[in-house]
Design a protein. Structure first.
Length: 74
């Protein structure tokens, strides 16, 4: 199975390089996720304010991000 950063059919990342660059990043990602969600909500609000998103789209995005944030807090 390919990892997200690997194109299918391409050579695999050398295990030493992967251990150095990836290792336990997922732990840091878990700590930062709440802040990423808050920033994503702010970004969506800005996109709505300049007309890229409409009210309905912003509402759907906000509800989904709130659900993700609640799941992350658990």
């Amino acid at each position: 199975m390919n990892k997200l950063w690997q194109a299918s059919g391409k050579a695999k990342l050398h295990p030493l390089v992967e251990a150095y660059t990836v290792s336990d990043d997922y732990l840091s990602d878990q700590q930062l996720l709440g802040y990423d969600i808050i920033a994503s909500k702010a970004h969506a609000q800005m996109l709505e304010s300049i007309g890229v998103l409409n009210d309905s789209e912003l509402a759907k995005i906000t509800v989904t991000l709130d659900e993700l944030h609640a799941a992350w807090e658990q």
